[in-house]
Design a protein around this ligand. Structure first.
Ligand SMILES: Cc1ncc(COP(=O)(O)O)c(C=O)c1O
Length: 411
């Protein structure tokens, strides 16, 4: 396997060393094949918000397994998950399930173009929307980590309609609209960026994009593959009170199985085949196992107090990390929202990808190794957000902060 991994972000190229091979995961923990236990802040890159292998998710899956793994025909479970997503996510009136976040973003771009009859799209530097050709421009973490500004193999024609702007820069977006009148189908962004470290939208940024897209007859699309059901039950759009036209989802809604989704206003979604003429399909889409894991995960998340608990855990963690760095005289800038957090080894503030790149990556590599030695598994890149779960206990946070304290003093 190239680099020994099935997805490049799992490699340790930017932090040094070899990727750790896991044998099993449970709750907030992962065990490697040598029997070492790690407190895990990657959470399968987002899905494991209830903790790995939650007993209720596993039991539901075992039951579903007996009924078959793929129907290739409509199933009731799709309807159940669709209803839950529509109820939770403000922009979503209709939804289509796919198998990954990449697929959801590819499809949503086609839909943006089909609906508006325009070809261009604006994305932001450092935002990742999957690995489809037209999005592999200034695409954040995985690409940035490997030092590949653009990927070979992506034809210029595929990205010639992709315009980019710095995150949190409304003026730049305004200029792009002015330079490309009636040509831009819409703006797609991570409403809170998790693929360039962790960058939050400045007050007025999301609202400004909502206004600008409306004024220019373009669509606003929130890629909530990472933030959906993690920033809040209704995602970043519920948290910030800005409703896009279309939304992409993934990770949490599959509860650890392969799921993506895109949805939005009914008048736009009605364009998707077979209701409409925009073609998009999938052999395994909406398969019963993935739907089951998603439904059970959302049921668990819907229980009272869930997000208060996630937020408290994550706040305590990030504040503790900042404090621990200070004790060793190291300046870091960090923050958290919901069950997502991040920090940069720099003075900050960090408002966009350019500023994120001023983080001390070499020192991050040292920190990563020091933390691993103490049984803490952080994402192996300075440009990835961290994820907490309902399974992370006070004791786990204590153990983690202790490891940070010692590690900061070592680096
Ligand atoms: C915001 C965002 N969009 C899209 C994707 C692509 O999702 P997938 O890896 O499921 O293809 C990711 C993956 O990390 C993501 O974070």
């Amino acid at each position: 396997m190239p680099g020994g991994v099935s997805s490049p972000v799992r490699a340790f190229k930017s932090v040094g060393g070899q990727p750790i091979v896991f044998e099993r995961v449970k709750g907030p923990y992962a065990w490697d094949v040598d029997g070492n236990r790690f407190i895990d802040y990657v959470g399968s890159w987002g899905p494991a918000i209830c903790g790995h292998s939650h007993p209720e998710v596993v039991a539901a899956l075992q039951e579903a397994l007996e009924k078959g793994t793929s129907f290739g025909a409509p199933c009731e479970l799709e309807n159940q998950l669709a209803e839950m997503v529509i109820e939770a996510v403000p922009s979503v009136e209709m939804v289509r399930f796919v198998n990954s976040g990449t697929e959801a973003c590819m499809a949503v771009l086609r839909l943006m173009r089909a609906f508006t009859g325009r070809d261009k799209v604006i994305k932001f530097e450092g935002c990742y929307h999957g690995h489809a050709d037209m999005f592999l421009v200034k695409a954040g973490s995985g690409v940035a980590t490997l030092g590949l500004p653009d990927s070979p193999g992506v034809p210029r024609s595929a990205t010639s309609n992709t315009l980019t702007a710095p995150y949190n820069d409304l003026e730049a977006v305004k200029e792009l609209f002015a330079e490309n009148p009636d040509a831009i189908s819409g703006v797609i962004l991570e409403p809170v960026v998790g693929n360039a470290g962790f960058i939050t939208p400045e007050p007025g940024f999301l609202e400004g994009l909502r206004e600008l897209t409306k004024e220019n007859g373009a669509l606003l699309v929130f890629d909530e593959v990472m933030t959906g059901f993690r920033i809040s039950y209704g995602g970043a759009q519920a948290r910030f009170g800005v409703t896009p036209d279309l939304t992409t989802l993934g990770k949490v809604i599959g509860g650890g199985l392969p799921v993506g989704a895109y949805g939005g206003k009914a008048e736009i979604m009605q364009m998707v085949a077979p209701a409409g003429s925009m073609y998009q399909a999938g052999t395994l889409s909406g398969n019963p196992l993935a739907m089951t894991a998603g439904i059970k995960t959302l049921e668990l998340l819907k229980q009272e107090g869930t997000y208060e608990k996630l937020e408290a855990t994550t706040n305590r963690l990030i504040n503790g990390i900042i404090e621990a760095a200070k004790e060793s005289g190291i300046h870091i800038t960090g923050s958290s929202i919901g069950a997502m957090f991040g920090f940069y080894l720099c003075e900050g503030p960090v408002r966009n990808f350019e500023e994120a790149k001023s983080t001390d990556s070499d020192r991050f590599g040292k920190l990563h190794r020091a933390m691993l030695e103490k049984g803490i598994y952080l994402a192996p890149s300075a440009f990835e957000a961290g994820f907490t779960s309902l399974a992370h206990s006070e004791d786990d946070i204590d153990e983690t902060l202790n490891a940070f304290r010692i590690s900061f003093s070592e680096i």
